[in-house]
Design a protein around this ligand. Structure first.
Ligand SMILES: Cc1cc2nc3c(=O)[nH]c(=O)nc-3n(C[C@H](O)[C@H](O)[C@H](O)COP(=O)(O)OP(=O)(O)OC[C@H]3O[C@@H](n4cnc5c(N)ncnc54)[C@H](O)[C@@H]3O)c2cc1C
Ligand code: SF4
Ligand code: SF4
Length: 488
């Protein structure tokens, strides 16, 4: 079913890591001809241990040449499956540590038997070359059949860093030098699991937080991939000593009422091409009262605790029911699972959340929606039309073809009920006989008054960009243009 859980990403590979991996093939291959190249692993081990003491596995995610080899060239061609639990188990790591340390110590001691002779440095260097070549060889095989960072799950140097770091924590407590993945605004985490899907070590940062909302897992290599890809922008790398300063005011506006509830899927209706409306009925007498423009998160994957966020669509005016409209993304993780759910199934919901609301100003309201971005405007348009009867409320709605237009009947009813509300639809690829506008939704902006008006935009990034430029070109100030970034 659908996409792979773990996502290959390359955009957090620093310039240093793009090149540092070259050390590994140089030592592992050229070292057999120039054994002194292997001497570099001795100062390297020392550096790793000092860093490990203070910063845990920071080395592995930022400076390790072999880690860079796995994350950069090998990731492009390697397999991307789940790392088997065996490799992360304590006994397996202890076994690998004992075997490789035994090999290393025995060969180093043997090399010292040549102390004072011309061959000493070559023999010592060869210990490093063999260690590097053997471990890289195993790591590469695992990369190609399991996952690039499989080796790192039980790498003896990783284990040593973990042990030293745990000892440091026990001996001297938190230090400024140690960065930790930190959840700065827990109330706004959408539990989408993107941070877990891009984590090379296959951790799940949003589910592994300690009591000060930091990831204390010793296998975190502090690579920052989860921070860079966090969908809610709520992760940061912060010092473990600064636990009282990183937190932003909580809860965020619009997130104070967030609660979890189980709900039964009461109905599933096909309302457009690959678009379904789901109606949930909350169980156990629970209620949910979203404000217009807010969204709920639906658990789409119980095993991985993955949720997906959906704007509340058609208002139900019944606090025990909530409706969402979902567009299938065949390459996605969540929507194929959601589309496999049936009436009568129970799902976990969280919400309501979000602060995409209409400002209470005495201005006309202009809503511009692209595709499935129509959903928050169904309730926002109704609220604006009700609250500002003396003001024009207009919705411009762009879709591909007629069969992609959803909630047309609801919009028609809204127009009948509220004389100050109007809407226009633009179809990019209309069917024969379409009487409305042919083209992009942004074409419609030229025909509306933007003076003393505020605009609200929701849709794909290109549409948002084009609409913003068009509105600005017509003199609308930037502070009057509000964008819901949900789909961009
Ligand atoms: C506040 C908010 C409100 C929203 N409201 C709605 C709404 O009303 N209706 C609606 O339909 N949607 C809504 N969304 C979007 C919705 O939350 C989901 O993002 C959307 O349904 C896609 O989910 P998915 O799990 O199927 O896709 P995802 O798994 O998130 O994937 C999205 C894309 O990422 C890429 N991808 C996925 N996996 C991989 C991989 N392994 N490797 C490489 N690339 C990959 C693919 O290109 C895929 O198409 C809203 C989002 C937010 C934040
Ligand atoms: S990526 Fe998603 S689940 Fe992870 S911290 Fe960010 S919002 Fe939360
Ligand atoms: S939790 Fe974040 S920083 Fe730590 S290893 Fe995973 S992606 Fe990297």
């Amino acid at each position: 079913m659908s996409a792979q859980y773990h996502i290959k990403t390359f955009d957090t590979i620093t310039t240093l890591r793009r090149f540092i991996w070259l050390i590994v093939p140089v030592v592992s291959i050229a070292g057999f001809f120039q054994p002194k190249l292997g001497l570099f692993i001795f100062p390297l081990f020392a550096a790793i241990m000092v860093m490990g003491f203070f910063t845990g596995r920071y080395w592995c995610g930022n400076f390790c040449p072999r880690g860079a080899l796995f994350d950069f060239p090998v990731r492009a061609i390697g397999a991307f499956d789940r790392i088997p639990r065996l490799f992360t188990s304590a006994w397996f790591r202890a076994l690998v540590l004992a075997l490789l340390m035994g090999f290393f110590i025995r060969n180093t001691v043997n090399a010292f038997s040549a102390w004072g002779t011309v061959s000493f440095w070559d023999r010592l260097g060869m210990v490093g070359v063999m260690m590097c070549a053997a471990t890289t060889g195993i790591g590469l095989v695992l990369s190609l059949v399991v996952n690039p960072r499989t080796w790192c799950s039980f790498c003896p140097m990783g284990t040593v860093q973990k042990l030293l770091h745990a000892a440091r924590t026990a001996l001297i407590g938190p230090v400024f030098a140690n960065p930790r993945i930190t959840m700065t605004q827990p109330s706004a985490c959408q539990k989408c699991g993107k941070c877990a899907r891009v984590c090379p070590m296959q951790l799940a940062p949003y589910r592994e937080l300690n009591d000060v909302d930091q990831v204390a897992a010793l296998d975190c290599i502090k690579c920052g991939s989860c921070v860079a890809h966090c969908a809610g922008n709520v992760l940061a790398l912060e010092s473990e000593r600064k636990t009282d300063t990183y937190r932003l005011p909580e809860p965020l506006p619009g997130y104070a009422d967030r609660a979890a509830a189980d709900a039964v899927i009461e109905s599933v209706e096909e309302i457009g091409t690959d678009i379904r409306e789901f109606t949930f009925r909350l169980r156990d007498g629970k209620t949910l009262t979203p404000k217009p423009g807010q969204f709920v998160a639906v658990r789409v994957d119980d095993e991985n605790e993955v949720f997906r966020s959906y704007s509340v669509s058609r208002p139900t005016d019944d606090p025990s029911r909530v409706k969402i409209a979902v567009k299938l993304d065949p390459n996605g993780w969540g929507t194929p699972r959601l589309f496999a759910m049936r009436e009568g199934d129970t799902v976990r919901l969280e919400g309501p959340m979000g602060d995409f609301t209409v400002r209470d100003t005495d201005t006309d309201k202009l809503f511009i929606a692209g595709g499935i971005g129509i959903t928050p405007f169904l309730s926002l348009a109704r609220e604006a039309a009700r609250k500002h009867p003396g003001r024009t409320v207009r919705l411009l709605y762009g879709a591909n073809a007629g069969r992609d237009v959803i909630y047309a009947q609801y919009l028609e009813e809204l127009r009948r009920e509220h004389p100050n509300f109007d809407y226009a639809i633009a179809l990019a690829r209309p069917d024969d006989g379409w009487q409305g506008h042919r083209g992009m939704v942004t074409d419609l902006i030229d025909a509306v008054t933007t003076e003393n008006a505020e605009a609200y935009l929701c849709g794909a990034r290109p549409m948002i960009g084009a609409a913003t430029r068009s509105l600005a070109g017509r003199g609308m100030p930037a502070e009057a243009i509000h964008v819901d970034t949900a789909f961009s």
